[in-house]
Structures are given as structure tokens and as C-alpha cells.
Design a protein around this ligand. Structure first.
Ligand SMILES: [Zn+2]
Length: 388
């Protein structure tokens, strides 16, 4: 990747992709799962609600619109189960999981093949003018999603892969294929959702990792391997395709989070070795730490500051949030010896995470979500007038 600042995308006002599902849509999903209605009825309901949420985003002023992840159950969607050779495994021995990586699902590794996000993207693209398709955002699962959850040696059968490198290599090939398919469909804006990387900020996780006698690698080495895995996914990335990564500490039904800890521990590797254009960082509470680590953000990368919480309806004070954004930019300016204005040019603002990483959503109601999206837009308008 040429070290060049890639913008529009990202935009000054962003959101993280998942949006609350209307009750009607959830009821239709439950009815479909209970076998009461045909799939065509579910799809029609999803289409209708996606059209409506696209209009809502347009009205508030978001360019990087998503489909709200309305067709997904969880934020990571269907990537891994859609891969050829990946098999859903039930009744996995609980001892196979790293007990200090606290959110779990169960799959084995295999050979990559198909793109499962393409239809979601194509439908969304059909709802906007051709010149806006490149702005649309599609969120993808972190390539390390399952690997981190399993204890050493349990993420894939040894009969299929002899070591992590082979396994990661195949996952990277699957992502290369996925990105290529999306690119050919007009997609230019991808955001990887990666709560795993933020676990490496957590004392609790790091202590558990260190004490786990099965671990062959240190947490530092594991983190480096995950960065390399990402970079391998981007090996053939077209120059005009924007990729970003979102880090947070978990976002689950009822607004739960899973981990805590500032970015300080991982900042240098995260900002300087991971080949993404943009970081979408959770920054709504002290559990994400201070802005100091932004000193290490190079001048060719963007950061979208998630200073507004998507977890609760309580509305933040706009002036206070603007001040936080400026404070953050000061660290970028200091670290790179550039002006505050130049640093602000690398910055945008967003809610700290999605509103419904799980389809049942956070402890915030519809109006609460709209107010948050509007607040983010207003903060951006004040700091960067007349910029999308
Ligand atoms: Zn998140």
C-alpha cells in the first residue's frame, strides 16, 4: 500500500454499520425461524426495512451508508460458515476455548471459497445512485475471529493444517477472494470489526494468556501474527479500495462489554504495522483509555473517534465531544510534528460501536439511536463545515 491518506471514504461523520432492527423485522425473523412464513416473506421484509434505513441515513447525512446489517444475526455475518470446508461444530468441549477470551462460537477451519457478503452488498448498491456506490460501507468479520477463541492447537484440526501459518494463509486467501469479489461489484469501502485486537489491551486477558500452559507463543507474538494475517489478506488490495478496522471492547445484547484497557500497549504495532487506511476506535468511556496512543498514528492514516456511545440513550454534550476530538487531534499533531489543522484532517467522529452487533440490539431505543446519529453529524459539521 502506498502511504497516502485515503479519504471519502472515510468521512467526517461515520457510524459503525449495525443499526437497530425495527420490531416488525425481528418478528418476521422469529416467524421465519419458527417455520411459520416462507423465506421470500423474510427477504421482502428485510428489503423494505433496508430501504427505510438507507433513507434515514441519507436524511441525517451519512455517506458511508450500510444496510444496518439487517440480514445478519450477529455482526460478523456469514463469512466463516460460508467458506467451503468450514463445518459448524456443535457440542464442542468447553475446555477447547480460551476461558479468558469471553465470547464464543464454534467452527473448524477448512478450505476457502465463496463470498457470502456479495448479495448484501449488491442489494444495498441497488438503492443508491451509481456515483455513491463506492461510499457504501460493508463490515467484515476479523480474520482472527475464531482463532483467538480457541486454546492453542484447537482452532483447526491438525490433520488439515500443521501450523498457524498454513491455517492463516488459507484464511488470508479467502479474504483476498472475498475482497476481489466485492471490488468487482463496485465495493470500495470495507470495515473489519475486530474486538479481538482490543483484548490485547486488557490486563485480564494478558494475564490469562500468560498463565495458560498450553500457549506456545506470547501475547505479543500472537498479536504480531494477527497483524501479519491482516496484511496478507490485503496482499492484492486494489489501490482505490479503502479498508479500515474497528476496535472495541465488545457490544452485546443489553449493551454489555467484554474487556477493558487503553490502546497504549498495542498502539505502535497497531498504527504502524497494520496496513489499513483507517482506524475506527472506541473512545466513549475510560475503559478505552486516553488519546495519548494517537501520537503513534502516522500522517497517512485516518482515525475515526468513537466518542459518542451507542450503548445508552443518554445524549452527550456536543461541545464536550468537540473538545474531546480536538484533544485527540492534538496528540496526532504532537506525535507527527504537524499543525492541529493537519492533524484534524486525519480525523472523523462516530458512535463507539454499532447499535446492534447482535440483532436484538443495545439498550437504546429507536429515537435514542437517531439522536446519537444526529449528534455525530452535528459534531462533524461544527469541526469540519461542509464536509461529508
Ligand atoms: Zn464494536
Amino acid at each position: 500500500m502506498t502511504p497516502q491518506l485515503h479519504q471519502r471514504p472515510p468521512f467526517r461523520a461515520e457510524h459503525l454499520g449495525s443499526l437497530l432492527r425495527p420490531d416488525q423485522l425481528l418478528e418476521t425473523k422469529f416467524a421465519f425461524e419458527a417455520g411459520k412464513i416462507p423465506e421470500s416473506q423474510l427477504t421482502a421484509s428485510e428489503d423494505k426495512e433496508i430501504n427505510a434505513i438507507v433513507e434515514t441515513q441519507k436524511k441525517i447525512g451519512y455517506a458511508a451508508m450500510s444496510d444496518g446489517e439487517y440480514r445478519r444475526h450477529m455482526f460478523w455475518g456469514t463469512f466463516f460458515p460460508g467458506l467451503d470446508g468450514f463445518e459448524e461444530v456443535n457440542n464442542v468441549d468447553v475446555d477447547d476455548f480460551r476461558p479468558y477470551a469471553p465470547d464464543i462460537a464454534a467452527f473448524f477451519g477448512g478450505r476457502p471459497q465463496a463470498c457470502t457478503y456479495i448479495n448484501q452488498f449488491k442489494y444495498l448498491a441497488s438503492q443508491v445512485p451509481a456515483n455513491e456506490v463506492g461510499n457504501l460501507k460493508i463490515t467484515l468479520a476479523a480474520p482472527n475471529w475464531y482463532h483467538l477463541r480457541y486454546r492453542e492447537g484447537k482452532a483447526y484440526p491438525k490433520s488439515v493444517y500443521t501450523n498457524d501459518e498454513d491455517y492463516f494463509g488459507d484464511i488470508a486467501k479467502a479474504y483476498q477472494a472475498e475482497l476481489q469479489i466485492l471490488y468487482e461489484a463496485g465495493c470500495r469501502n470495507v470495515q473489519f470489526d475486530d474486538p479481538n485486537l482490543a483484548y490485547f489491551c486488557s490486563d485480564k486477558f494478558l494475564t490469562g494468556f500468560k498463565q495458560d500452559p498450553l500457549n506456545v507463543y506470547s501475547a505479543d507474538t500472537m498479536f504480531e501474527k494477527y497483524i501479519k494475517q491482516y496484511n496478507d489478506c490485503f496482499a492484492d488490495l486494489p489501490a482505490d479500495m479503502h479498508v479500515g478496522v474497528h476496535l472495541c471492547r465488545g457490544n452485546f445484547v443489553g449493551s454489555r462489554h467484554f474487556s477493558e484497557g487503553g490502546y497504549d500497549r498495542i498502539a505502535i504495532k497497531l498504527f504502524q504495522e497494520l496496513n489499513v487506511h483507517t482506524y475506527y476506535l472506541e473512545y466513549d468511556t475510560p475503559r478505552a483509555g486516553g488519546f495519548e496512543p494517537l501520537k503513534f498514528l502516522p500522517t497517512h492514516k485516518n482515525v475515526i473517534l468513537g466518542v459518542v456511545t451507542s450503548k445508552f440513550a443518554n445524549l452527550e454534550d456536543k461541545e464536550e465531544m468537540k473538545k474531546r476530538v480536538i484533544d485527540a487531534a492534538k496528540f496526532i499533531a504532537e506525535g507527527n510534528n504537524i499543525s492541529l489543522d493537519a492533524a484534524l484532517n486525519q480525523v472523523g467522529v462516530s458512535p463507539q460501536c454499532g447499535f446492534a452487533s447482535h440483532r436484538e440490539g443495545n439498550a437504546i431505543d429507536w429515537d435514542g439511536m437517531i439522536n446519537k446519529l444526529q449528534l455525530v453529524r452535528d459534531i462533524a459539521n461544527d469541526i469540519w463545515p461542509n464536509q461529508a
